[in-house]
Design a protein around this ligand. Structure first.
Ligand code: F6P
Length: 534
């Protein structure tokens, strides 16, 4: 599939990215795309016109346009689970009907959204009270997609928060819930149990612990609990009243679910109006993805850059580097989005994948990462393509000088990665410091930057709810395009099942109720160690 591209890659071996800029004064404007004031600049890569043409040909070779429309129109493209993939319907605010099995799902989607708005307004305005008065704190209990999306977005949109404080508990480690509940008033806290299946062991264990805490502290779980789930029989059995339950269909995947009920804590934090703007940002990216030509299509080009770097060039990971402290949870969010979606070894048709699956995704916000792992990015022996993100403007007008420094650092990093510093430049610097002879040579070599390291930059006016919606939808569609070109089902996650099953069988062994017989020697030894401390 990537043979033509691998042949083209050979031409990049003796070439520097800076040569491409020297040869074409218009490169910066030709190797970027825009959507609603957001710009993706991928000119600081080795992609040239021929490589881009060959990458774009991949889209037609897999009938990407048909596959894209199959997703938007509710076809069961998640074949291993026999489901449609319609998170886009959750943000289809005024976009007309969407059918699943011949039935328009939009009336139900919009009715649920309206229910969320009424509930959020009641919590924010004090009409929905706890046993001790108006709600001051909201605790969202969920894990994976039922945690990462709202936790990331509540932090990202902190300047828009004018509702109760929101907290997130995900880990079954008791430390997580203990540290979160400590200091909260059980009579004025709302607990939201967010679980698509309502069976996830971590979430249900934490939910029961929170319920006991609330009861013991004089709160009223019958009024102060809400549930976000597809399993309304289970939410009822847990004791959550029907008007506090927000359902959604199985065609919303966990890691794609922040747009609907799973986003309730976000809506409570920022209000229904700002939440609508968030949805509209996602919807704007959907419209762009469905209508822009491939070479101008931001998710498509971001996906093709990713395929070029991982599948063709063989770089094993990519770093997501938001220069925005409030996007500090975005790399973790993208980790689930990309690695749970495209970390597969089997193609949709059951055959082994002929090409590498998705890359390792990791990152931290700038400028913090600069003082930690950028050393390896600049001078390590491997290449890590970097995806920088930066807003033109911050939210703190009184601290505009901080933002200027932030922007300067972000731009400096991509420039440094591309330009590098030659041995001659390093020698000149050492000579200027008074070094000579062998010592000059030795010291200079440590100060060389190979450069020629690729990066992209996503730049946007300001991190508003609308822009955050655009960014998330951009990456969702990027993952979709990469998955379709690789022939992967990006919407199942069978790889998480085996560990869950083994954890269930290990439960009674770790409790000391069953012997570890039959387990491998290492596992049995570790169990034995734990039991010595009981
Ligand atoms: O880890 C697997 C997974 O199914 C994720 O895909 C999902 O986001 C998470 O668990 C939580 O699942 P649920 O919302 O059903 O509790």
């Amino acid at each position: 599939m990537f043979e033509d591209l691998r042949a083209l890659k050979s031409r990049t071996e003796a070439r520097r990215i800076t040569d491409l800029f020297d040869a074409d004064a218009t490169r910066a404007s030709r190797f970027c795309c825009e959507s609603s004031d957001m710009r993706l600049d991928y000119s600081k890569t080795q992609i040239d016109d021929d490589i881009r043409t060959a990458l774009i040909a991949l889209c037609d070779s897999v009938a990407l346009a048909d596959k894209r429309e199959a997703m938007f129109s509710g076809a069961p493209i998640n074949e291993t689970e026999g489901r449609a993939v319609l998170h886009t319907a959750l943000r289809n605010l005024d976009g007309g009907p969407v059918s699943v099995d011949g039935q328009d799902v939009m009336p139900e989607v919009l009715a649920t959204l309206e229910h969320m708005r009424r509930f959020a307004d009641a919590v924010r305005g004090g009409a929905l009270k706890g046993a001790g008065g108006a709600i001051t704190d909201v605790v969202n209990i969920g894990i994976g997609g039922s945690d990462l999306g709202p936790a990331m977005a509540v932090l990202a949109l902190a300047p828009y928060r004018d509702g109760p404080r929101c907290h997130f508990v995900s880990n079954v480690d008791g430390a997580d819930i203990a540290d979160t509940l400590r200091g909260l008033d059980p009579t004025r806290t709302l607990v939201i149990v967010a679980s698509k299946t309502f069976t996830t062991i971590e979430t249900m264990t934490n939910a029961r612990t929170a319920r006991a805490w609330m009861r013991e502290g004089g709160g009223n779980p019958a009024k102060q609990f809400a549930a976000l789930s597809t399993a309304q029989d289970l939410t009822e059995a847990f004791g959550i009243p029907a008007d506090h339950v927000f359902g959604f269909a199985d065609w919303v995947g966990g890691r794609y679910s922040v747009w609907g009920p799973i986003g309730l804590s976000l809506m409570i934090a920022i209000g229904p109006k700002a939440f609508d703007a968030f949805l509209r940002g996602g919807q704007a990216m959907d419209l762009h993805f469905r209508s822009a030509e491939w070479h101008e299509n931001m998710p498509v080009m971001l996906a093709l850059v990713g395929l070029w770097h991982h599948q063709v060039c063989g770089y094993p990971s990519r770093a997501v580097l938001p220069y925005d402290q409030r996007l500090s949870r975005l790399p973790a969010y993208f980790q689930q989005l990309e690695m749970e979606s495209n970390g597969k070894s089997v193609a949709m048709n059951g055959a082994s994948l002929s090409e590498p699956s998705g890359p390792i995704v990791w990152g931290e916000p700038g400028t913090n990462g600069q003082h930690a792992f950028y050393q390896l990015i600049h001078q390590g022996t491997g290449v890590v393509p970097c995806e920088f993100m930066i807003a033109a403007e911050g939210h703190e007008p009184d601290l505009a000088h901080h933002h200027r420094l932030l922007v300067a650092n972000c731009l400096a990093q991509s420039e440094a990665l591309m330009q590098g510093r030659s041995l001659d430049e390093a020698r000149a610097r050492m000579a200027a410091k008074g070094l000579t002879g062998d010592e000059l040579e030795r010291q200079a070599r440590h100060r060389v930057f190979a450069g020629n390291r690729p990066s992209t930059t996503l730049i946007y006016p300001q991190l508003t709810p609308f822009v955050l919606g655009q960014i998330i939808a951009l990456y969702e569609h990027r993952v979709f395009v990469e998955g379709m070109i690789l022939g992967i089902n990006s919407f199942d996650q069978w790889g998480v099942e085996l560990g869950k099953e083994l954890a269930t069988s290990l439960g009674p062994i770790v409790d000391g109720e069953q012997s570890a017989e039959g387990k491998d020697g290492s596992t049995a030894g570790l169990v034995d160690y734990v039991l010595r401390y009981r």
